[in-house]
Design a protein around this ligand. Structure first.
Ligand code: 0RQ
Length: 496
């Protein structure tokens, strides 16, 4: 149905965009990300730079995107500022070198900030779709993210009509945009499976200035296969949850699960599926990744709703081959709904996210390496953690060949405070922080979760500084990090 609109090549569409524009792009992870126009825009930026002219644009996405977008534009030095989340190597390097201004934010906050002009005027939306009607009904592809808001707010719209995705995806999306204060109403969603919106995003067709046809898979990489370490972390999570059900702290009817992104999260889900004491479950999450599909096929996961279907291409094709099986079992919503504190609290979601490091009091760093280098961003982890029924963080007890303890005296960057973090789980064991004072927390974390190599120095740090309610030595709080910076190994840190 694209002939109702000008059909342009990616280069022709990119030529419409001026230096200094702010662009809202589709994509939440590489799933459903705009692909061909951003790549053409990067080529245009390179030729503008060669001609001695400035060319940079601001990019707002749902979350991370694929290399054709974040990677190409970063390498072409074509991004002025970027929000709210990224996971691309080239972009990360540019951000950490100070060439691109990046600001990190809770993903549930983005749409309202866009609508209310906190981020300025949105000049363009570049959004991938699997179908479009002459009336301006857009069927999104494998993610929703913040695309409905970008499409409505942007002055002009470019649609990447990607034939790789089946138009039969119509019906897999539930598009609902809340009103902003003071007119906000209750989000009328009481069960994971409820549909409260429209299967399409409807916009004024006059805003659509180009349709760019293509046939490209999502640039989703596979996950590292689960290994002994990630399997052990996963098994510890499954045992913890099974025990909570057994003792009645989680109701027997069970509660919806959220799981973060990455290798560890993928392995944790696999372990939940393998544990016979975990009942069948539903997911109310953000990213639906590979391991969920197997759990849906086996019947362990009855229903999964999220904002992206982040599935490696071969597995995605197997879903497309069996779309009617998945239709009642998968549903994509805007990130403003999946990550909404109102939903997380109402549904009583059990959340499982991954930490980079955790201190002995339970403060979690999810975003920075050694306090300075950005990794990815906070993503949805804060939206879910702060409002969870039980918030769980997982990580291996050490990183980089045992040289780094992920349990440290004091977190070198703070994303989730001790007040939001209920349970910490490593391959060593489970630290249940609920109802515990800082002194009790530190003992629990050191003895149950830290690697045996680091238990003694962590205990010595805590014992050496008996001051106040939370024992902290300002002189030695970063002794583990300083030791690593000096020697490349946290062993031997001068903790007192
Ligand atoms: O390094 O890539 O060089 O091998 O960090 O770590 O262990 O592979 O773990 O893939 O699960 O990612 C927190 C980054 C974990 C992710 C994080 C090094 C480690 C490795 C990756 P290599 P792993 P994962 C909703 C939830 C924030 C957003 C979020 C993340 C690399 O989960 O971005 O939760 N979370 N969103 O070696 C130095 C340490 C380290 C370390 C790990 N202490 N010091 N390096 N690494 N710990 C989804 C969304 O919001 C979209």
């Amino acid at each position: 149905m694209s002939n109702a609109f000008p059909v342009l090549t990616a280069a022709e569409a990119a030529a419409l965009i001026n230096h200094g524009s702010t662009i809202g792009v589709s994509g939440f992870t590489p799933a459903g990300a705009a692909k061909v126009v951003p790549k053409a825009l990067a080529a245009r930026a390179r030729s503008e730079h060669e001609a001695g002219r400035e060319f940079k644009v601001a990019i707002i996405s749902g979350a991370s995107t694929g290399d054709s977008l974040d990677g190409e534009l970063a390498r072409a030095d074509a991004i002025s500022w970027r929000t709210p989340y990224q996971s691309n190597k080239s972009l990360r390097e540019s951000i950490n070198a100070g060439r691109i201004h990046f600001f990190d934010m809770h993903l549930s906050h983005l749409a309202q900030q866009v609508r209310r002009g906190f981020l300025g005027k949105i000049d363009w939306a570049i959004v991938e779709a699997c179908d479009i009607t002459p009336e301006g009904e857009i069927v999104l592809s494998t993610s929703v993210g913040t695309s409905p808001t970008f499409l409505r707010q942007a002055e002009r719209v470019i649609i990447e009509l990607n034939r790789y995705h089946s138009p039969k995806l119509r019906g897999f999306h539930d598009i609902y945009e809340p009103l902003d204060p003071p007119f906000r109403k209750v989000i009328p969603l009481e069960n994971c499976t409820d549909r409260i919106g429209s299967p399409v995003v409807k916009i004024d067709p006059k805003k659509i200035v180009a349709v760019v046809e293509n046939n490209k898979p999502d640039e989703v990489g596979g996950f590292d296969p689960a290994d002994e370490l990630t399997n052990k972390i996963g098994a510890n999570v499954a045992e913890f949850i099974a025990n909570e059900i057994a003792v009645g702290r989680i109701p027997r009817e069970f509660l919806p699960l959220q799981s973060g992104v990455g290798n560890i999260a993928n392995a944790v889900l696999g372990a939940l599926g393998a544990n016979p004491d975990i009942p069948d479950f539903q997911m109310f999450s953000e990213v639906i990744q590979d391991s969920v599909i197997g759990l849906i096929r086996s019947g362990k996961c009855k229903f999964a709703t999220g904002t992206s279907l982040t599935i490696a291409p071969a597995l995605l094709q197997s879903i497309y081959a069996d779309l009617e099986f998945f239709r009642p079992r998968l549903l994509l919503r805007p990130q403003e709904i999946t990550n909404n504190p109102e939903m997380v609290r109402r549904l009583g979601i059990i959340t499982v996210n991954t930490a980079i490091e955790v201190d002995i009091f339970g403060n979690v760093n999810s975003t920075h390496i050694m306090g300075t280098g950005l990794m990815n961003g906070i993503g949805g982890s804060g939206d879910f953690t702060r409002n969870a029924y039980i918030s769980i963080f997982t990580c291996p007890s050490t990183a980089k060949g045992n040289k780094i303890s992920t349990i440290v005296p004091f977190a070198s960057h703070l994303d989730h405070s001790e007040h939001s973090v209920a349970v910490l789980i490593t391959e060593q064991g489970v630290a249940d922080l609920r109802g515990k004072s800082p002194a009790e927390r530190s003992r629990e974390i050191i003895n149950k979760c830290a690697h045996p190599d680091f238990r003694e120095p962590l205990t010595r740090y805590y014992e050496s500084t008996k001051k106040g309610h939370t024992h902290a030595s300002l002189a030695h709080a970063f002794s583990f990090h300083q030791q690593f910076m000096a020697t490349g190994d946290m062993h031997g840190a001068h903790v007192a």
